[in-house]
Design a binder for this molecule. Sequence first.
Ligand SMILES: Nc1ncnc2c1ncn2[C@@H]1O[C@H](COP(=O)(O)OP(=O)(O)OP(=O)(O)O)[C@@H](O)[C@H]1O
Ligand SMILES: [Mg+2]
Length: 455
Amino acid sequence: MLKPASDLRLHHRRVLVIDDSPAVCAALEVLFSLHGAEVLSAACPSEGLAVLQEQPVDLVIQDMNFRREATSGEEGVALFHEIRRVHPDLPIVLMTAWTHLETAVELVKAGAADYLAKPWDDARLLTTVSNLLDLRQARAQAAALRRERHEARAALERRFNLCGAVYESEAMHTLVSVATQVAHADVPVLITGPNGSGKEVLADIIQANSAVRAGPYVKVNLGALPGDLIEAELFGTEAGAFTGARARIGRFEAASGGTLFLDELGNLSAAGQAKLLRVLQTGQFERLGSNATRRAEVRLVAATNADLRGAIRAGTFREDLYYRLNVIELEVPPLAARAEDVLPLARHFLDERHSLSPAAEAALGRYPWPGNVRELRNVIRRACLLAESAEIGEAALNLPALEREPAEAPQPDRAAVESALARNEGNISRAARELGLSRQALYRRMEKLGLKTDT
Ligand SMILES: Nc1ncnc2c1ncn2[C@@H]1O[C@H](COP(=O)(O)OP(=O)(O)OP(=O)(O)O)[C@@H](O)[C@H]1O
Ligand SMILES: [Mg+2]
């Protein structure tokens, strides 16, 4: 049954066995070294702790009693806690007699990786150990990646003003880096992305790091203005341009020497689009009701959650204007596409009196966030106001009962379905739960895969 030296997952991994029985140590040494692992052994807790102090170890297998007459398991409990204290992340597998399984279960709750009853089953022990080693490696890699990103962010933050943007995801890091790089150039930037995803935060970063950051920063929400007022708002009016009109400078003039942020660009009328195109091409415009041509020197940043390419096809947005504006296009992904940002943002929005329970954090991770970061901010603010205790639980978040888009749920393949069914002895409900599907969805999946559903 043993496949000598073939299990790559165990190759060059170092396993420490702490057991007073030389026979146990010898057996485990043969078992693991056949699979390419290096085995160290220690006959008592103090010797085991000394080994751990001297050299790096990937996993510990420990006994619960270390003297012939001892049966209480106390020594094993003390050893476990001592190893945990010094090595918080080291996987520890407990070997115990059947009579002491309760103690082992207690220790697993306290953070032991797993336990096996003596006499152990070789195949099961090997599987347990190699899974734990894989998990440890995956965690170490994830932690290294996170550290790298934190360093990259810190480096960016030393050079640029990131305007308090909070993120962990690679996607946002790339986006913010590009924003800081293009900030200095005098080219228009178009920011696209769904509602509440953080388009304005990116615009702020561009402004704050631009050559004109000392100049005015004018924001115009084109979606909030009635269509017939937009032109007057942008370009200004001459006294008497229309009944009751007073002379007024427009936002282009107000932003001269600085940055103009045009939000909700998709709402600009055909006439407004024509004028905007002209300013972009020539720098020239006129106030409403005036023939005097003026010049505007502004850095233009525009944002939209509309599908401008679709609007071009539909004939409601000018293609030439689109190409003028999107010299640089920054696309902010929806929050659901950058799951790593959810918890850092949630913690950022908490006030200093509240924290999130683990169940609440898990619920935030499952929710699909159709309203993106703004919705997350509102959920956390509301929970802080209404929470009855310092720790916000899942119920206090009051998240709407939304399911993730079905398209987003990965469809398990045949092997995944079969092994889930096998693990759950053919129990459809339990297998479905494990696969993250409803019972009906699993039935449909099984039918599609040609698996028998009449068990
Ligand atoms: N990365 C982030 N870090 C911190 N706060 C953020 C981040 N992204 C968004 N926010 C906050 O979330 C809210 C919504 O962001 P923002 O206004 O930039 O979104 P938007 O894409 O412009 O939305 P809309 O399409 O509705 O105009 C704001 O309060 C903003 O401060
Ligand atoms: Mg906005």
